[in-house]
Each structure stands twice: as structure tokens, then as C-alpha cells.
Design a protein around this ligand. Structure first.
Ligand SMILES: [Zn+2]
Ligand SMILES: [Zn+2]
Length: 208
């Protein structure tokens, strides 16, 4: 599998491009901004983007969504509980408007256990609410793309609309820490980590 990490936008959001090396089918996770960079990478690798998957609806993860959708015509997917964040009519979630990006409604919504297939690979949806109510993590092999749920040494903020500290800790403990120590964690911001590393060192999870 091809895995490319691009760091995009003002908040340095990690955008992940996953692709099947044979069919060249790809999934873009969180196109947070800097559309030209994403476009260049996709073209350079000769990929066909089949899905654009959002770990949640915050603007720093969706800044280049409308442009990428327009160019690739890929299917846009987000958890049902965050889908209204993609359209600026939802006054409760003004993040999109703040970013100045065009609105881009989802083509479909996701729930726990859904499978997203590209080439010979399959991403599995894990609902991990807490940072937002529709926050998801995406599992493939021993890699988990966790969005802003969990960071190397930290956890996502829970003071924004839809956030809940209790729910976030519960999601991490029940849905992520139940995986083996060797599972790799790819966060929405900052470096990658492992489940084992976070289990041992993350001050929010060690109970210290
Ligand atoms: Zn966020
Ligand atoms: Zn973020």
C-alpha cells in the first residue's frame, strides 16, 4: 500500500493519501488545505481518488475538500453526526465559514463498522466521538488514522461544540487502547505514534 502524509494549512493538519499500488485507486483522508499540494501528489503518483474521508468536520480537516471533490469527483464520506458541519447552514458549527472554503456536502454518511474499499484494501470505520460527536478513526491493517481523537502524548480538545471529555476518554479506552501495542497511530496533527507508546506515556491515559 502507498501511504503519503502531507502537512497542510495554517493548523498543520495531516492529510493522508492511501492507495493501492496496482489499481492506483486512492483514499484521501482529511484534505485540510493547500489544494495544489494534494493535486500535485495525486498526479505525481498517478492515482485515481475514489473516496475522500473526513475523520470529523472541523475546517482544518476540510479546507481543500470542495476543490478536491470538484477535481476528482470522488465520493465524500463523513460520520452522520458530523455531516451537517460541511454545510454553512448549520449555525451551530460555524467552522466552515471561518475558513473561507466553499461548502461541500457529503455524498454519504458513515457509521461504526462501515467498510471503505479501494483496490485490494479496506478501511474500517471506528466511531470515536468526544472531540466531535461524529469523530471517527479508520483502521487498516495495523494502522489507525485517528483524526483529532488522540495525539502523540496528548488528546483532542473537547471544548468545541459536540465535544465531551468523558466521551473522548471512553472512545480512546474502549475503541483504540483495546488494540495491540504494535498498532500505529496516525493523528490529525503532529507525529505518528503507537498504541503501546500512548498506553505507557500519554498523561491523559496512564491515570497518573
Ligand atoms: Zn478537530
Ligand atoms: Zn484538527
Amino acid at each position: 500500500m502507498i501511504l503519503k502524509t502531507l502537512v497542510l494549512g495554517l493548523l498543520e493538519t495531516n492529510c493522508y493519501i492511501l492507495a493501492d499500488e496496482k489499481s492506483r485507486e486512492a483514499v484521501v483522508i482529511d484534505p485540510g488545505g493547500d489544494f495544489e499540494e494534494i493535486k500535485k501528489e495525486i498526479k505525481g503518483l498517478n492515482l485515481t481518488v475514489k473516496y475522500i474521508v473526513l475523520t470529523h468536520g472541523h475546517f482544518d480537516h476540510t479546507g481543500a475538500l470542495a476543490q478536491l471533490k470538484k477535481t476528482t469527483e470522488a465520493t465524500v464520506l463523513i460520520h452522520a453526526e458530523d455531516s451537517s458541519m460541511l454545510t454553512p447552514t448549520d449555525q451551530a458549527q460555524p467552522f466552515l465559514m471561518d475558513s473561507g472554503a466553499d461548502p461541500c456536502p457529503a455524498d454519504g454518511t458513515l457509521k461504526e463498522g462501515d467498510k471503505i474499499q479501494f483496490g485490494e484494501y479496506t478501511l474500517e470505520v471506528i466511531h470515536t466521538p468526544g472531540h466531535t460527536s461524529g469523530g471517527i478513526s479508520l483502521l487498516i491493517d495495523k494502522m489507525i488514522f485517528v483524526g483529532d481523537t488522540l495525539f502523540c502524548g496528548s488528546i483532542g480538545r473537547t471544548d468545541l461544540p459536540g465535544g465531551s471529555f468523558k466521551q473522548l476518554i471512553d472512545s480512546i479506552k474502549r475503541k483504540l487502547l483495546t488494540k495491540g501495542d504494535d498498532y500505529l497511530i496516525y493523528s490529525g496533527h503532529g507525529p505518528a505514534s503507537t498504541i503501546g507508546e500512548e498506553r505507557r506515556r500519554n498523561p491523559f491515559l496512564t491515570g497518573a
